[in-house]
Design a protein around this ligand. Structure first.
Ligand SMILES: [Zn+2]
Length: 404
C-alpha cells in the first residue's frame, strides 16, 4: 500500500515580485537574503506555476496526480485536484488594482487566449488557467487595502471633497458605477495627466513632509504617484484610490473578495487563501499590461460595504474564517504551551506554523513520528489523517482545508 503515512513535511515556493519586502518572509522561513531580493509571496499548494514540494518525495501536484485518493472522496469527485492555494504575503509597495474572474468567465477567457495562440508567459496574457479566484485574507499585523466601490453617499462625499475630482460627480450621478469607472479607465492619457497633475502637485509635497495619515486616500494616491512614476505620464489607477473603500485591518481580522470586486493590497503582511488560480485582470497602479475592455467585463459595478470577518472559535483552539467559497476554508489554530490537541482531516490540508514550535504526532504512523516543525515550517495532511498537535513553546498555525 502506498502513502501509508498521511503527514508530510511540505516546502512552498517564494515569489520574488518587485513589491515584496526584504525581511518578513526570510525571517519567517529562516532564509538568508544577502542580495537584498524582494520576498513577496510564499505559495503552498499544487498550482502548476509553483507546486510545493514534499520532503524526500516529489511535488504535491505529482502526489495528487498519482493518487487522487489523498484528496478524500468528496474533494476528489468535486474538484479532482487541490482546490485551494495558500499564501503568505509581505506587501511593501502597493500591488496593482485588480479583479478576478468568475469560473465561467475564466473558462471562456482561458480557451479564447489559447485559441488565439497567446503564450502563457506573454505580457498581454490575461488568463493563466481556467479557474476563478475568490480570495480570503487574514491580516498578520496592521494591513491596508482598497476593497470594492464606495457606497453612494461615501462616494459623493469623497468626490466633493477633492476639487480636482469634482468633475466626476456629474458622471456618477445617483450611483452610476459603470459610467464612473469607464470614464476614468477610458479617458486619454493626456486627460489623465491633465486631471491628476494638479492633484498630485498639491498632495505629493504634503506626503513628503510626512503630514498625511494612512487613513486618508491622499496618502496612498501620493505614494502611488511616487511608486509608479513613468516619465510625465500619471498612472490612472490613482483615480481608483479615491473610488474604492480604504480598509484597515488589525492583526487577526479577515476580509473576503469574490469575483468582480476591485481591490488592491496597499501595505502589510497577510495569510491569504484562494481558489487554485493565478488569474488577475489589472486596473492600474502597475507598469504591467492593462486590458481595459477585458477588465470592464469582469468588474461588479455596485456599492460595497466592507465586511470585516473576525473569525468563529469552534472547539476552543480553532478559529474559522468563514466565506461563501466552496474551494477553501481557512482557520487559525492556537496550540497552548504543553497542551495537546487532536485533528482529523477529511481532505488534504496544509498547516503552516507562524509562531512557536510544533510537535505533530500522527496516530498509527511509522518511524517518522513525531515531526517537529519550527516557525515558518509547513505540513501536508492527506485525507483521513489523525494527528495530535503539541507545542513546547505555544504555537500559532494557519490551516487550509475545504469546507466539509
Ligand atoms: Zn486579488
Amino acid at each position: 500500500m502506498k502513502n501509508q503515512n498521511k503527514v508530510f513535511v511540505l516546502e512552498g515556493k517564494v515569489q520574488h515580485y518587485q513589491w515584496g519586502g526584504f525581511t518578513y518572509l526570510p525571517e519567517l522561513l529562516g532564509i538568508d537574503n544577502p542580495k537584498g531580493e524582494p520576498f513577496a509571496e510564499y505559495w503552498l499548494g499544487a498550482h502548476s506555476q509553483a507546486p510545493s514540494l514534499i520532503k524526500n518525495d516529489g511535488s504535491l501536484a505529482e502526489l495528487i496526480a498519482n493518487d487522487p485518493a489523498v484528496l478524500g472522496e468528496k474533494v476528489k469527485n468535486t474538484f479532482g485536484t487541490l482546490p485551494y492555494l495558500l499564501k503568505i504575503l509581505d506587501v511593501k509597495d502597493m500591488l496593482s488594482i485588480q479583479v478576478h474572474p468568475s469560473k465561467e468567465m475564466a473558462v471562456k477567457g482561458f480557451a479564447a487566449e489559447n485559441a488565439a495562440g497567446i503564450q502563457p508567459t506573454a505580457s498581454n496574457r490575461n488568463y493563466k488557467d481556467d479557474n476563478h479566484k475568490p480570495e480570503l485574507m487574514v491580516a498578520l499585523g496592521d494591513f491596508w487595502l482598497l476593497h470594492g466601490f464606495r457606497p453612494v453617499q461615501s462616494m459623493h462625499k469623497m468626490l466633493d471633497s477633492i476639487p480636482e475630482l469634482q468633475f466626476l460627480l456629474e458622471v456618477f450621478g445617483d450611483g452610476d458605477y459603470k459610467e464612473l469607472y469607464k470614464e476614468v479607465m477610458e479617458m486619454s492619457q493626456e486627460e489623465v495627466n491633465r486631471r491628476l497633475g494638479p492633484l498630485l502637485e498639491r498632495i505629493v509635497p504634503v506626503y513628503e513632509a510626512g503630514k498625511l495619515q494612512k487613513s486618508a486616500p491622499d496618502f496612498w494616491a501620493a505614494r502611488a504617484a511616487l511608486t509608479f512614476k513613468n516619465g510625465e505620464d500619471i498612472d490612472r489607477g490613482i483615480f481608483s484610490v479615491y473610488l474604492l473603500n480604504l480598509v484597515f485591518l488589525q492583526k487577526g481580522e479577515a476580509i473576503f473578495q469574490d469575483a468582480g470586486i476591485l481591490h488592491a493590497y496597499l501595505e502589510g503582511q497577510n495569510v491569504e487563501i484562494m481558489a487554485n488560480s493565478d488569474n488577475v485582470l489589472r486596473g492600474g497602479l502597475t507598469p504591467k499590461h492593462i486590458d481595459v475592455p477585458e477588465l470592464l467585463k469582469h468588474v461588479s459595478f455596485h456599492a460595497v460595504e466592507p465586511k470585516v470577518i473576525v473569525g468563529t472559535t469552534l472547539n476552543g483552539f480553532e478559529k474559522k474564517f468563514f466565506s461563501p467559497a466552496a474551494d477553501f476554508e481557512l482557520s487559525q489554530l492556537l496550540i497552548e504551551k504543553d497542551s495537546s490537541k487532536s485533528l482529523y482531516t477529511p481532505t488534504t490540508d496544509i498547516l503552516i506554523v507562524l509562531e512557536g514550535k510544533l510537535v505533530a504526532e500522527e496516530e498509527n504512523a511509522g518511524s517518522q513520528n513525531p515531526i517537529i516543525v519550527d516557525k515558518g515550517g509547513s505540513l501536508l495532511l492527506t485525507a483521513e489523517a489523525r494527528i495530535r498537535l503539541e507545542s513546547p513553546t505555544g504555537a500559532v498555525l494557519y490551516r487550509a482545508t475545504v469546507p466539509s
